[in-house]
Design a protein around this ligand. Structure first.
Ligand SMILES: [Zn+2]
Length: 112
């Protein structure tokens, strides 16, 4: 994990912890999953073709992005079961609780 992200995650213990559904919705519109991945240094994994997992070692290509009418989502393998949206990505990537991942995501989207 790079220094910038580590500091962001450390900062989750201070400041605002709760974000409204409207703020989360606005953040999702503003910052699609591919942008979140770039933000945390995972641009290399932002692919619609199956590639190695950003979450765990994988010999086979397991991870990929796909488009839905609600935005871009990701899926990994049956073993880890990781899948979902921007918030699910941050949870899985940095082992955060749902609340921490929401706070980190909304801060990335510029909501203080
Ligand atoms: Zn997996």
């Amino acid at each position: 994990m790079n220094e910038k992200i580590r500091k962001h995650i450390e900062a989750l213990t201070t400041g605002r912890k709760f974000y409204s559904p409207e703020e989360i919705k606005a953040s999702k519109r503003k910052l699609p999953l591919t942008q979140v991945m770039k933000h945390v240094g995972d641009a290399a994994f932002a692919s619609e073709k199956s590639i190695a997992s950003p979450f765990h070692p994988s010999e086979r290509p397991l991870f990929k992005l796909y488009r839905t009418r609600w935005g871009i989502r990701f899926t990994c393998c049956n073993k880890c079961g990781y899948e979902g949206d921007q918030i699910d990505y941050l949870k899985a990537r940095f082992q955060l609780s749902t609340g921490e991942a929401i706070a980190l995501f909304c801060r990335f989207a510029g909501i203080k």
